[in-house]
Design a protein around this ligand. Structure first.
Ligand SMILES: CSCCC(=O)C(=O)COP(=O)(O)O
Ligand SMILES: [Zn+2]
Length: 211
């Protein structure tokens, strides 16, 4: 099996797992996996598809600018430029973007603060944060309709090989060194968001403690 074929299968498997969680409502979401470096090429989901389906036209190969490598009738994800920023600025191998109710509500509740923070939660270790009393900060950026503006704002928060950025009332984009790590980060953030929303139901004052 070629590297391209094995990366295709890897991304298709991640897509199927996220679909099982129902994280691709209404054709939302897009996924990418790096196939080669120097210059970067990556597979990205084709735009506008139902990502819950598995087909031979789910992904296409694009270059470091997000342009299709070969002539194709498929269009790369409308949000390919965000994945471009990840592979331009880090050594990440996979980036995932999903819209969920929980990430949208968290982004709106904490959006004016520009970030949501988590402390004292075991699952922040998914981000390779191990220090006692460490704080995980997830940035929240405005949802610009103009994708180059969205990508520019997103890029300011793309710093290490693993990370996550919330886009207000839109969704989350995460990345990791490989597909396993990116999925781990996505699952951890969605856990933390659900936890925080549950906590707010029972202890509304927590909104002010998590700053
Ligand atoms: C119908 S969701 C609006 C577009 C979006 O935010 C998204 O994640 C999916 O866009 P794509 O072009 O990647 O299908
Ligand atoms: Zn989106």
């Amino acid at each position: 099996m070629s590297i391209l074929e094995s990366k295709w299968e890897e991304l298709a498997d991640v897509k199927a797992e996220l679909a099982e969680r129902d994280w691709f409502m209404g054709t939302s979401g897009n996924l990418a996996i790096k196939v080669k470096s120097d210059p970067v090429q990556f597979l990205v989901t084709a735009s506008g598809k139902d990502k819950r389906k598995r087909t031979d036209e789910d992904f296409l190969l694009v270059d470091q600018y997000g342009r299709p490598v070969e002539e194709t009738h498929l269009k790369p994800s409308a949000e390919t430029l965000l994945h471009v920023e990840v592979y331009k600025k880090t050594n990440a191998g996979c980036s995932l973007h999903v819209h969920t109710i929980d990430n949208n509500v968290i982004s709106e509740v904490y959006g004016d603060r520009g970030e949501v923070q988590f402390q004292g939660q075991e699952l922040i270790k998914a981000f390779n944060i191990w220090e006692e009393d460490a704080v995980l900060k997830i940035p929240i950026i405005p949802n610009y309709a103009h994708i180059p503006s969205l990508a520019k704002s997103f890029s300011e928060h793309v710093k290490g090989d693993t990370g996550a950025v919330l886009i207000r009332n839109h969704g989350i984009t995460v990345w990791g060194r490989n597909a396993f790590e990116a999925k781990k980060i996505l699952e951890a953030t969605e856990f933390l968001f659900r936890y925080q929303l549950r906590l707010l139901e029972h202890k509304p004052f927590q909104l002010f403690k998590v700053v």
